[in-house]
Design a protein around this ligand. Structure first.
Ligand SMILES: NC(=O)c1ccc[n+]([C@@H]2O[C@H](COP(=O)([O-])OP(=O)(O)OC[C@H]3O[C@@H](n4cnc5c(N)ncnc54)[C@H](OP(=O)(O)O)[C@@H]3O)[C@@H](O)[C@H]2O)c1
Length: 290
């Protein structure tokens, strides 16, 4: 799908534009990236693993910027679909970075590239991915960063409305609570949650800053899953939220990283606004019980 037809502006490709983060980046371009024409790519335009088609489209469009948000992003699905996850997250990213070798590209990655043993991770910390999802993202990061024009943005659990209504953390909680479910939330697994509209604004500021490299982009507040759930519950009592506290100590599924909170001070220096915590964004404290 195409947005503004002003051909005098350079074209930016945004992949995964039907997803949570890609949709916010694409929609916010009219406010924050007026110098760009946007091609917001969704799967119906072409599958990113159809490399000949991707190449033909790239050569036809000649974009001057790629913001690559498309991914197999559900760690549980990735664990069950190893080959497809590798193809989408690693190989398609590598192919795209090759096509974009002479232009800026921003690749979205994840805080889950870390094993979560200590938290407050900086860009200097070594990735130690625990899952298929995280491993494919970490491998793609290294391939992308081989090009000095390209950037990797690691982000965290994202709050916001997605086109399909099922990708934002509060959308997933609303779905379960309004069905009458009690949702189990870890009180000892920590992330740095961020709203998708903030991610979008920061991404456009990073584009304008022209300072490629590796960046962490997340909220400034380290929050447990339980605190995040309570914050969302408090804001939405009409969803009849029911929460049961649980602990990683009692969990025996695929590996989970206990604390992947991110230090975002490197990116913060480039931004015109502070990356505050999720509670402040939501407008209240997350410390009260649901
Ligand atoms: N959301 C978070 O909490 C979070 C946290 C950390 C990192 N990230 C990273 O941030 C990026 C964006 O995340 P997101 O939450 O926006 O993901 P998302 O909502 O799952 O969106 C990903 C999009 O990629 C598209 N896609 C997947 N495979 C494709 C293919 N082969 N060809 C074309 N399109 C394909 C999907 O299309 P369909 O809609 O057709 O399936 C989907 O719209 C991802 O790299 C993710 O790993 C996200």
């Amino acid at each position: 799908m195409h947005d503004t037809p002003d051909k005098t502006k350079p074209l930016a490709w945004i992949t995964g534009a039907n997803g949570l983060i890609g949709s916010h980046i694409a929609h916010s371009a009219s406010a924050h990236a007026q110098g760009w024409r946007i091609r917001a790519l969704v799967r119906d335009d072409f599958d990113l693993t159809d490399f000949p088609k991707v190449q033909r489209q790239f050569e036809a469009d000649q974009p001057q910027l790629v913001i690559h948000c498309a991914a197999m992003s559900d760690p549980t699905v990735c664990e069950m679909q190893l080959a497809q996850t590798r193809l989408v997250n690693r190989e398609a990213t590598f192919f795209l970075s090759g096509l974009a070798q002479d232009i800026p590209m921003i690749f979205f990655s994840t805080d889950l590239v870390f094993d979560g043993k200590h938290g407050h991770y900086t860009e200097e910390d070594e990735p130690l991915p625990l899952t298929v999802y995280a491993r494919t993202k970490a491998e793609a990061e290294a391939l992308v960063l081989a090009n000095q024009r390209h950037s990797v943005v690691r982000t965290s659990l994202t709050v916001g409305k997605s086109p399909n209504g099922d990708r934002g953390i509060e959308e997933q909680l609303r779905h379960r609570w309004t069905k009458g479910d009690t949702v189990k939330l870890f009180d000892d697994e920590y992330r740095s949650p961020i709203p998708a509209e903030v991610t979008a604004l920061a991404t456009w500021e990073l584009v304008l800053a022209k300072r490629p490299g590796l960046y962490h982009l997340a909220g400034s507040q380290r929050m447990s899953r339980l605190e995040i759930g309570r914050a969302i519950a408090e804001r939405n009592p009409e969803w009849n939220p029911k929460i049961e506290t649980c602990s990683l100590r009692d969990y025996d599924g695929p590996p989970r990283a206990p604390d992947t909170s991110l230090d975002c001070s490197k990116l913060q220096q480039l931004l015109s606004f502070p990356l505050i915590g999720l509670s402040k964004w939501l407008g209240f404290s997350a410390t009260q019980p649901a």
